[in-house]
Design a protein around this ligand. Structure first.
Ligand SMILES: Nc1nc2c(ncn2[C@@H]2O[C@H](COP(=O)(O)OP(=O)(O)OP(=O)(O)O)[C@@H](O)[C@H]2O)c(=O)[nH]1
Ligand SMILES: [Mg+2]
Length: 200
């Protein structure tokens, strides 16, 4: 009887775990985004002014106050050019991709577009929801969100029927970060039949 009750309790409390991959050029703000997300989720996090360029990977498993039955396992990998070849190793296992863009880095928008195109056209990432974050919106020298959306829309042709969106955020101030995650979680759940979560 005890074992039955324990088993039922465990299955009632099972959580759906989705893996989210954070990509983007070096200096885009990926690690800052992850650390802010950890702080918002009441996990211990690094001071934002102590973050160095990522060489390996950072990973955190986050509970979501707005979705008690969901855990997000978030993978942040280095964006330096030499490290981008590693990204595809993660595609097959991920449920969603967040592509972070430095909204002030006009000089690298072409590189950013080409990099995102190579991500969304990779067969291993087929069908996963893609959220593009126009980061560093707190900076006065940022590009307008509409201009960034236009760049993204040129890539949308490759996306087929999958969910995608461009949202403005500041990983540094936290503005827009939880709204962005909320958008993503709804799409991860919607895409569950194609990419089932792990049950924890
Ligand atoms: N003003 C402002 N600065 C930001 C924001 N997000 C990140 N930064 C700064 O941008 C720089 C790079 O941030 P990281 O989070 O290390 O960037 P990354 O994408 O992880 O870089 P790699 O690990 O090299 O791929 C740091 O100086 C951050 O403080 C933001 O929203 N606003
Ligand atoms: Mg980093």
């Amino acid at each position: 009887m005890f074992h039955l009750a324990k088993g039922l309790y465990a299955s009632w409390n099972r959580k759906e775990q989705y893996s989210v991959l954070i990509l983007g050029l070096d200096n885009a703000g990926k690690t800052t985004f992850l650390e802010t997300l950890k702080k918002e989720s009441a996990l211990s996090s690094r001071p934002l002014d102590k973050i160095a360029p990522t060489v390996g990977q950072n990973v955190a498993t986050l509970p979501l106050a707005s979705h008690p039955g969901v855990l997000l396992k978030v993978w942040d990998v280095g964006g330096q050019e030499a490290l981008r070849a590693m990204w595809s190793e993660y595609y097959a296992q991920c449920h969603g991709i967040v592509f972070v863009v430095d909204s002030t880095d006009r000089a690298r928008m072409d590189e950013c577009r080409e990099t995102l195109t190579s991500v969304v056209t990779d067969d291993e990432a087929e069908g996963v929801p893609i959220l593009m974050l126009a980061n560093k919106q707190d900076r006065p020298d940022r590009m307008e969100i509409e201009d960034i959306k236009e760049i993204f829309n040129q890539i949308a042709a490759h996306l087929g029927a999958r969910d995608s969106r461009v949202l403005p955020v500041s990983s540094l101030t936290g503005e827009g970060v939880l709204d962005a995650i909320e958008w993503l979680v709804v799409r991860l759940e919607r895409n569950k039949a194609n990419r089932p979560p792990q049950y924890k």
